[in-house]
Design a protein around this ligand. Structure first.
Ligand code: ADP
Ligand code: MG
Length: 480
């Protein structure tokens, strides 16, 4: 039997507002537990929620970024359930009338082809608090700081057919929400949470199979692994004569498996009804037009601009727009460096490697974009060679100062004085008469490789500081 996989994703993006969706409490991450939850977030009797306009602006921005319909009228509903991290007993969400309707994104697959994935809807809701299991023995701590944090839940159509496609779609949504500045995209801190609905069906069958919903996935890598585990599990269940049951399953990254959390039967009946404390959300044309007029550059447009404005290859432009932080970093560095291609090489090469090695990212790089640009400028104006620049970069990374400071302190300035280089060349030739003889007797096609020996000696003598182009030219002249 040939099986086809069907995947639909639900993505919760935490909106990057200063304050919460219905109150003025701060949304900052990492504060002392329960210092950022107000009476409104807890729904104490007598308080009234007031919708944060910035949240609406962000939702509309997303809707417009994926070519979706933005509803002129949407409704906030109460989703009723009790859980320790939701002591108010209901979550304010949107149910029947979401703010963002059908839209579409285009993903690029590994073979270079592209595919459209439908977005069913995106709705606004408030987040719940957090249960803390680690610091308490035999007890669970409750931190309500996250209660009332604005979320935009983005629901896809069941359009994906493999784990790789699901990852490509999730990355695309991640790219869009970070580029338009509505979400910081931090998956570790839970600002971008992906739940995957996975089912299988016999190839060619139109009807969808029964799905399992996978939760607790906090990286793109785990998203791929969780889905692939789940596909194999479902095929095994069916081929052993069983049936897949509709349920929520938790992904365990340590064991690389999914485990049943709750079945459909145990699922809550949420008894949704319109929240009587909130008016329907009405969005007029003028507001939408204003959002469109101030829309930040979208990732696809930025990639195209990187090719046309900086003359970068499609590959480089694609890499550099992998995240907004990286694209911003590159542009700031290129402006100072004065050479886009050289800057691109440094950003994707040495810098990316160092960030990766030290498990940090572009936004937190110890070498700032301006500092990297200054280093590139010193390569470009021949103050240092590309090779020496690697040492300068390492020193900058270690906090020893800016490019000029390091070059000065370590005496790394390139030797470009013709007289000085000539003296070095003469000394090396004089010290190696046998090699000189061999070189002169060798075939022309062997000579370039033999020249390397002399270049190496001279660079060694000059501690890498002699200008390589000048050294090569002088050597050829004197040996010729
Ligand atoms: P719920 O509200 O119960 O979570 P929805 O119908 O809103 O259910 O679907 C949630 C997500 O699950 C959507 O992304 C949808 O595309 C996906 N989905 C629905 N049915 C299937 C299925 N049979 N296989 C895979 N994904 C599915
Ligand atoms: Mg769901």
């Amino acid at each position: 039997m040939q099986w086809e996989t069907v995947i639909g994703l639900e993505i919760h993006t935490q909106l990057a507002t200063q304050s919460k969706i219905f109150s003025g409490s701060s949304t900052a991450f990492g504060a002392e537990p329960n210092t950022q939850a107000s009476l409104i977030d807890l729904a104490m009797p007598g308080v009234l929620p007031v919708l944060n306009k910035e949240v609406v602006r962000m939702a509309v921005r997303f809707g417009k970024a994926i070519d979706a319909e933005v509803a002129q009228r949407s409704v906030f509903a109460r989703k009723n359930y009790f859980y320790p991290d939701l002591p108010k007993g209901y979550q304010i969400s949107q149910y029947e009338l979401p703010v963002v309707g059908k839209g579409m994104v285009e993903i690029t697959l590994e073979d270079g082809s592209s595919k459209r994935v439908g977005v069913t809807r995106a709705h606004l809701e408030e987040d719940a608090g957090k249960s803390l299991h680690e610091d308490f023995h035999g007890m669970t701590g409750i931190d309500l700081n996250r209660a009332g944090t604005p979320l935009l839940e983005i629901v896809s159509e069941p359009d994906m057919r493999s784990a790789k496609e699901a990852v490509a779609y999730a990355k695309k949504i991640h790219q869009i929400v970070t580029f338009i500045g509505i979400c910081d995209g931090n998956m570790q801190e839970g600002s971008f949470r992906v739940d995957a609905n996975v089912s299988i069906r016999p190839k060619g069958q139109a009807e969808l199979g029964t799905r399992a919903e996978l939760k607790n996935i906090n990286s793109f890598r785990f998203l791929e692994k969780a889905i692939n585990f789940e596909i194999t599990r479902q095929i095994d269940v069916i081929e052993d004569g069983g049936k897949v049951v509709q349920e929520t399953r938790l992904y365990d990254a340590n064991k690389d498996e999914t485990r049943s959390m709750r079945s459909k039967e145990e699922a809550n009946d949420y008894r949704y009804f319109p929240d009587p404390d909130l008016l329907p959300l009405e969005i007029d044309e003028a507001f939408i037009n204003e959002v469109v007029a101030t829309m930040p550059e979208l990732p696809d447009a930025r990639r195209a601009r990187f090719e046309s404005q900086y003359g970068l290859s499609a590959f480089d432009a694609d890499q550099l727009t992998g995240s907004r932080a990286q694209a911003d970093y590159f542009e700031a560095a290129a402006q100072v460096g004065g050479d886009a291609k050289l800057t691109a090489n440094w950003v994707m090469g040495d810098l990316a490697a160092a960030l990766n090695r030290d498990a940090t990212d572009f936004a937190h790089s110890p070498v700032t974009a301006v500092a990297l640009g200054q280093l590139v400028a010193r390569i470009k104006d021949d103050t240092i060679s590309g090779k020496i620049a690697k040492d300068v970069f390492a020193a900058m990374w270690a906090g020893e100062g800016g490019a000029d400071e390091v070059i000065e302190a370590k005496g790394l300035k390139q030797i470009t004085d013709t007289g000085a280089i000539e003296a070095l060349v003469d000394a090396v030739l004089a010290a190696n008469p046998e090699q000189v003889e061999n070189y002169r007797n060798a075939d022309a096609d062997k000579q370039p490789k033999m020249l390397g020996f002399f270049v190496g000696q001279i660079m060694k003598q000059s501690q890498g500081k002699a200008n390589p182009q000048q050294v090569n030219a002088l050597l050829r002249e004197k040996l010729g």
